[in-house]
Design a protein around this ligand. Structure first.
Ligand SMILES: Cc1cc2nc3c(=O)[nH]c(=O)nc-3n(C[C@H](O)[C@H](O)[C@H](O)COP(=O)(O)OP(=O)(O)OC[C@H]3O[C@@H](n4cnc5c(N)ncnc54)[C@H](O)[C@@H]3O)c2cc1C
Length: 607
């Protein structure tokens, strides 16, 4: 049986992007339904570190400066028109978050307490923090959604977009708890399904729901994906014990001014780690491992002890511990109290963190080539190019969530009857319904695990043609096994069923990543190609665009329009200015240093 529902705006995904869009649309009078694959409130937004961009703290800062930093860090792959929209609106994101009920860390005086130093890749200090990190964002969003009467279908997984030709008109979904299939007809649909870090489990910081569904839903509806080979591997994650592998324990900033990044033989593999972008640090660590000098746990050594010998280092570490309590807590649980206090080194390695590539959109988040469909949040492509700088993503959810919510509500108010090709909808529903009770040889979860291992080993931070080709062959092998799966016959809460649906999306998303990575014959962005070690602006200043025709992927490389920020532009903090400040501080007596830093870092302030 196929239950039918109808609404003006359907938001697929209940993370930050989906809920902000849903609330905004509902406030404009739209009838809104939100789908949440996992329990309502889960997703990456809730587990985020709570760093939020505010790009007007310094008087010298500006939307242009932010745009330059994002594009330079993104190695010029960014969709500059989209970046421009973001940078113009980003100064208001924090205010919007407060309207939703998010509370930022403040000084005792009541004024905001931004981080006093720029995050890597940023030219200015422009980051706010949130008490208890991402959790309060999730709580605030849920509160806002219930106040405006958004209808949430919990534990409901969208399996296919429906519509008529290139017009999207809602989705078919499985209500996992009851085993019921639903068809939701919607005048406008917003994809906000987050990223795909789970393709790399256990080497990921992401939540369990990040299996790349949104990319696949869009692709199958006629959309295009851009630069899907660009994953961000955040450099510092735990390497052991096994259940804690992949958990993030720090940004490059955690190294502090004197921290050293070493290989297993004690040789320094990168200097001035704190100032480097996530991509630069991850690349150095991955290359060192490739040269066979990793620890017994497969990591590198982050030695923070030199910080504790200096006033600046000690104060910075104290400050970072306060700013990232959950990361330090993870270190404590994995490596013990001394490690959490910076007295013993940490064993660290990059982990899959963020998907930069995604659905190709216009500057107002409409999906290219498909009508009545928007894409926002991590599933959207183009904003971050080849590397995202910290704190931009949470702000982006509010900037583009509100933009898409407004536009979708407005468009829905002008849309008449919705036409749906019922036969395709029924076919999808029948296929999904037929999965329970399949008595083949392979449990879907084992195929999922095999795919994850293949992707991490061959399509992780280090790649070459041989590994990528091997991954493609393996994906094909797993596909063959996928047609011979074994799924218990239960219809309610059947994990095999969910695994089988997710496996299907993961295989296609994985294939898109591998094919895109094979096409890009250079090293740019979040990963290193061993066979093409340099960035090649002459041949590869291009976006890799993937579409799908008759179930076959079609790839092409398109020149990146450099509309505002041109090659050769510089971004990030001025190293000379930092160096001078550093030297001046160091010649002061310890007591004076301590006083200045306490004031600058709000230490001793009970904010
Ligand atoms: C550990 C960690 C720390 C981070 N820290 C920061 C930070 O401090 N600052 C910052 O700016 N960024 C940070 N990020 C990045 C940021 O949190 C995410 O990029 C952002 O929250 C993504 O939001 P989203 O709304 O796009 O997706 P999510 O919040 O991940 O939500 C996706 C939603 O889609 C649902 N979904 C998925 N597939 C389907 C389907 N088929 N059907 C129905 N529903 C579906 C999921 O259940 C979920 O509800 C961090 C990320 C991680 C993992």
């Amino acid at each position: 049986m196929l239950t039918q529902l109808e609404c003006d705006v359907l938001c697929i995904g209940a993370g930050g992007g989906g809920i902000v869009a849903a609330v905004t649309a509902a406030e404009r009078g739209a009838r809104v339904i939100v789908l949440s694959k996992r329990p309502y409130g889960s997703g990456n937004t809730r587990i985020a570190g709570g760093l939020v961009l505010l790009p007007n703290i310094s008087p010298e800062d500006s939307p242009e400066a932010l745009m330059r930093d994002m594009v330079v860090a993104g190695e010029f792959l960014n969709n500059q028109a989209l970046v421009e929209t973001f940078c113009e609106r980003a100064p208001h994101a924090a205010e919007l978050m407060e309207q939703f009920g998010v509370i930022f860390s403040r000084k005792r005086s009541g004024t905001l307490a931004p981080l006093p130093v720029p995050l890597a890749g940023h030219g200015f200090p422009r980051t706010l923090t949130i008490y208890s990190e991402g959790v309060p964002i999730g709580t605030a969003l849920r509160g806002a959604a219930s106040r405006v009467g958004v209808q949430v279908l919990d534990e409901t997984i969208a399996v296919r977009l429906i519509g008529d030709g290139a017009n999207v008109a809602g989705a078919i979904a499985l209500r996992w708890l009851t085993g019921e299939m639903v068809m939701i007809r919607a005048k406008q649909t917003i994809l906000a399904t987050g990223g795909l870090g789970w393709l790399y489990y256990p080497h990921t910081s992401n939540s369990r729901a990040m299996t790349g569904d949104g990319y696949v839903l869009a692709l199958r509806a006629g959309a295009e994906l851009v630069d899907m080979e660009q994953q961000q591997f955040i450099p510092f994650a735990l390497t052991h014990p096994e259940p804690m592998v992949g958990i993030v324990c720090g940004e490059p900033a955690i190294a502090g001014p004197y921290g050293r990044l070493l290989d297993a033989k004690g040789r320094q593999i990168l200097t001035r780690v704190r100032m480097k972008t996530r991509a630069q640090v991850s690349a150095a660590m991955s290359l060192a491992k490739e040269h066979g000098i990793a620890t017994q746990h497969g990591g590198m050594v982050l030695d923070l002890t030199p910080n504790l010998k200096k006033v600046l280092g000690t104060k910075m570490f104290e400050f970072l511990k306060r700013t990232f309590p959950s990361m330090i807590d993870a270190v404590r649980r994995a490596y013990g109290e001394d490690a959490a206090k910076g007295r013993t080194p940490w064993d660290v390695f990059p982990t899959a963190h963020y998907q930069m590539g995604g659905i190709k959109v216009t500057p107002d988040c409409r999906v290219w080539g498909v009508k009545n469909l928007f894409a926002i949040g991590e599933v959207q492509g183009g904003l971050h190019g080849g590397n995202r700088i910290g704190s931009t993503s949470l702000a982006e959810l509010f900037v583009f969530g509100s933009l898409a919510g407004n536009l979708a509500a407005e468009a829905a108010s002008r849309t008449g009857d919705i036409s749906v090709d019922i036969s395709t909808a029924k076919e999808t529903s029948a296929h999904t319904n037929s999965l329970p009770g399949k008595s083949g040889s392979h449990k879907p979860i084992f195929l999922v695990r095999r795919l994850q291992r293949i992707l991490w080993e061959n399509v992780g931070p280090i790649r070459d043609e041989g590994r990528l080709t091997h991954a493609l062959e393996e994906i094909q092998r797993i596909r063959e096994m996928q047609s011979d799966v074994c799924i218990s016959g239960r219809r309610e809460c059947n994990p095999d069923w969910l695994d089988a649906i997710e496996l299907d999306a993961m295989l296609l998303a994985g294939e898109v990543i591998v094919r895109s990575a094979l096409m890009r014959k250079e090293s740019r962005g979040g990963h290193v190609r061993l066979d093409y070690t340099r960035r090649d602006d002459k041949a590869w200043l291009k976006n890799i665009v993937v579409g799908m025709h008759d179930d076959t992927l079609a790839l092409r490389a398109e020149d990146v329009p450099l509309s505002r920020i041109h090659l050769g532009s510089k971004g990030g903090a001025n190293p000379l200015r930092e160096r001078i400040q550093f030297l001046i501080l160091n010649i002061l007596p310890r007591k004076a240093q301590s006083k200045i830093l306490d004031a600058r870092l709000n230490l001793g302030d009970d904010s």
